[in-house]
Design a protein around this ligand. Structure first.
Ligand SMILES: [Zn+2]
Length: 429
């Protein structure tokens, strides 16, 4: 496929044939999913929405190292150059960054004037937490507009993808890094080996590499279907990552689980032979993953069976209700919404999607051209059921819209089990 001016959602895509972590060709399809459009790209006009291209979303497991991954890759230039999400708009994320910076500053000590480099630094929200603790900071992010804004606001940010040339430039102009961060980019990168080699080369001999990514264990435990979309090329677990990092000259010294984004891990690695000691959490998590069978294809297959069962129950319910002229809306024009609509067959069920964000209002979903409308319309039109598509924010949305429930509306949450929430409480489907 090639880029085209004729349709703004047409991206270049390709398929890799080998494991992203260990190069094995022994890859097994463990979660077949319906192909979907690129999740983030809602449309300005409804015309030709049904012609928006879809791309495979199947998950494969490497039978050599256990890594779970998408093999179909959308061109990162298409996904990230015009990326317009800003971390500062999510206060819970900024608090999480601050707690992480505090944890790192108190556990790891560096001499001189230590430098922190953040890969995929977005608006500089994480780096600001280090800057206020006396670190020198430098961001790297290909989203040109956001990078320029961050630099203007005092967090110098290179508007680039991380490449050996950029590493050379940083090393020459700023010296080696004591900390390199990669938060929420370690799952988004196809060439993880190239990125990790660049990170290792940025590090001082006693430096640490800190990454955060969503965690396969949480996805399987909590049925987090909404976190599977094309930007998330990898669904990491620690066992394959530990071997991968070792091969690239890095060894894990700590790992922590967090509740953010449904469930993530923060991993901390040092250069092999570096000064920092290993915390017991690394061995403990590796043991837990073995016990849970996280690197076993059948474990992910069971997740697929549970998803299919939930989708079937939801479908039976919506069909029955629609035959009684009940109306369904959605809440949240999030990336996860594109996945949920496609995998649960909701495209012809949901009439409108409400969203608080003015930037999303007036847009249309790809394929089914479902209009995104301001939240007050929910109260004016009072649909019978509102499916929460922004699954991460379910509790917040329900708490903020008790009046909708009091007026007779009902929310539906899809996972871990499809559930209808009314003014009198919740029932499972
Ligand atoms: Zn592998």
């Amino acid at each position: 496929m090639t880029n085209s001016d004729s349709h703004p959602s047409l991206a270049t895509a390709r398929q890799r044939q080998t494991c992203r972590l260990c190069h094995s060709r022994d890859l097994e399809l463990v979660l077949p999913l319906s192909p979907t459009p690129v999740a983030e790209k809602y449309l300005d006009h409804p015309a030709n929405a049904d012609q928006v291209p879809v791309y495979p979303l199947d998950l494969f497991m490497c039978r050599r190292c256990g890594h779970v991954q998408l093999l179909h890759i959308i061109d990162p230039e298409f996904l990230y150059r015009d990326f317009n999400y800003r971390s500062a708009g999510t206060p819970a994320l900024v608090r999480h960054f601050d707690e992480t910076a505090e944890m790192l500053a108190s556990h790891y000590h560096f001499s001189g004037s230590p430098l922190v480099v953040d890969i995929g630094s977005n608006d500089g929200s994480l780096l600001r937490c280090f800057q206020s603790r006396g670190f020198r900071v430098l961001g790297v992010d290909p989203a040109r507009e956001i990078a320029a804004e961050a630099s203007a606001a005092g967090i110098l940010t290179l508007p680039e993808f991380l490449t050996p040339c950029v590493v050379e430039q940083i090393s020459k102009e700023h010296g080696p890094a004591s900390i390199v961060c990669a938060f929420n980019v370690f799952a988004h990168t196809d060439d993880l080996e190239g990125m990790t080699a660049c990170i290792r080369d940025l590090l001082a001999p006693d430096g640490i590499f800190v990454f955060e990514c969503s965690y396969l264990g949480d996805i399987l435990e909590k049925m987090l279907l909404g976190t599977i979309f094309h930007e998330h090329l990898s669904h990491h677990s620690l066992t394959p990552l530990a071997s991968f990092l070792l091969r690239l000259g890095l060894e894990l010294v700590d790992v922590r689980r967090n509740a953010i984004q449904g469930g993530s891990i923060i991993g901390i690695a040092k250069k092999i032979g570096g000064a920092h000691h290993e915390f017991p959490a690394v061995r403990e998590m590796l043991t837990q993953e073995k016990l849970a069978g996280l690197a076993t294809p059948d474990t992910v297959r069971r997740f697929g069976h549970s998803l299919a069962s939930a989708a079937a129950r939801l479908s039976a319910f919506t069909q029955q209700q629609q035959s009684n002229n009940r109306r369904f809306w959605g809440f949240g024009a999030a990336r996860s919404g594109t996945t949920l609509i496609a995998q649960l067959g909701l495209g012809k069920i949901i009439e409108r999607i409400v969203d608080d964000n003015p930037a999303k209002q007036g847009k249309f979903t790809p394929l089914h051209a479902i209009p995104v409308v301001p939240t007050p319309l929910l109260y004016k039109e009072m649909p019978d059921f509102t499916l929460i598509l922004a699954w991460i924010h379910s509790d917040t949305i329900i708490a903020a819209h008790k009046a909708y429930l009091q007026a007779g509306g009902k929310f539906i949450t899809c996972f871990p089990e499809p559930k209808i929430i009314g003014n009198d409480g919740a029932i499972l489907l």
